[in-house]
Design a binder for this molecule. Structure first.
Ligand code: ATP
Length: 321
């Protein structure tokens, strides 16, 4: 059996990658008495990956740093490097469930826009769960890991699962969905973040001002699952839903420009991703996505092509240093 360190107590290092997501549909219910909102969502994991390397340390405890390979400018990011970091929370939770955990240092390679509505922090947490599970030999099953993931945040179980899935409840009650071929997207990150709780609060405010009583969402539109199943990007483009979009636009009206531009420049559809402000453009195929990303680049707008579904958290390497 492998131990948390290599021969002679040499440090061992496990590297895991986990994807960001777009919500192909996101229906949001009314504010619940517990302060949360029920959702019905279709998640799609996309080919923009966070990586977490968990390295055993002789000193007990959990430390974290941002890796030099991050494609985001890590110096300007608002990411807590203490116990508020979701990856640190994940490692601590795993340590509590493991018999003899070593100390661990987490190195996070950030690629998913921060506070961008793409679940980057959740991907870090999912990657950390899997890395610490391998490092410490916790012996938890996938179901048990998914349960721990749900304690960390509503989007963490999906980052672990990947692919395409329906999420009910807080988004953490997942059932895998079948997607037989790839869907191509262009992501347009914003130069600012939006706090997810603030976007939900803005939706509540808009609904109250309009006297709208939203229904509890209980399921997703079957046509969306059919479009995913048959690889019908054109069909899917008419079915994208995001109840949070108008709240995100209410807080950041400039998002309208990119959405409007996309609709007149060959995107099949455009939408705010999750709570935003990242915008996701659905393209007909990989070539169309590359063209759209290039056009945006010429306009001085950062954009990159991705595709989904892709697998959830996976071990990339496991080495004794
Ligand atoms: P959500 O899953 O709620 O849609 P998001 O994708 O919009 O989240 P994240 O990038 O996951 O946003 O992070 C939101 C906030 O969480 C950040 O502003 C940051 O303060 C905090 N945070 C904690 N841990 C992390 C982490 N590992 N990476 C990024 N942000 C983190």
């Amino acid at each position: 059996m492998r131990t948390p360190t290599g021969p002679g107590g040499r440090p061992r290092s496990v590297r895991v990658k986990a994807p960001g997501k777009v919500n192909v549909s996101l229906q949001v219910g009314p504010l619940r008495p517990d302060g949360y909102h029920s959702v019905a969502s279709v998640y799609l994991a996309v080919s923009l990956f966070e990586e977490v390397t968990a390295t055993s340390t002789p000193e007990p405890g959990v430390t974290v740093s941002l890796g030099p390979d991050s494609t985001l400018d890590v110096d300007s990011l608002d990411i807590p490097l203490d116990e508020r970091n979701l990856a640190v929370k994940a490692a601590r939770l795993m340590a509590e469930m493991t018999e003899n955990p070593t100390g661990v240092h987490l190195t996070i390679t950030k690629r998913v826009p921060v506070a961008g509505g793409m679940g980057g922090g959740s991907a870090d947490a999912a990657a950390t769960l899997l890395a610490c599970d391998a490092l410490w030999g916790s012996g938890l099953s996938r179901e048990e890991l998914a349960h721990v993931a749900g304690e960390l945040g509503a989007d963490v179980p999906f980052a672990l699962l990947g692919g395409a899935a329906v999420g009910l409840g807080l988004g953490d009650q997942l059932s895998p969905a079948l997607a037989t071929s790839r869907f191509d997207w262009v992501l347009v990150p914003a130069e600012f973040g939006l706090s997810t709780p603030r976007v939900y609060a803005e939706l509540d405010r808009l609904r109250q001002a309009e006297g709208v009583h939203a229904a509890e969402p209980t399921d997703v539109e079957p046509a969306i699952l059919a479009a995913l199943r048959t690889g019908d990007a054109g069909g899917l483009s008419h079915l994208l839903v995001n109840d949070l979009q108008r709240a995100a636009i209410g807080l950041a009206p400039g998002l309208r420009d990119t959405l409007g531009w996309a609709d007149s420049h060959g995107a099949l559809a455009s939408m705010v991703s999750g709570s935003g402000p990242t915008i996701a453009l659905l393209a007909q195929d990989a070539d169309a996505a590359a063209d759209l990303a290039e056009d945006l680049g010429h306009r001085g707008v950062e954009a990159f092509a991705v595709h989904g579904p892709v697998p959830g958290a996976r071990i990339v390497s496991d080495t004794v240093l």
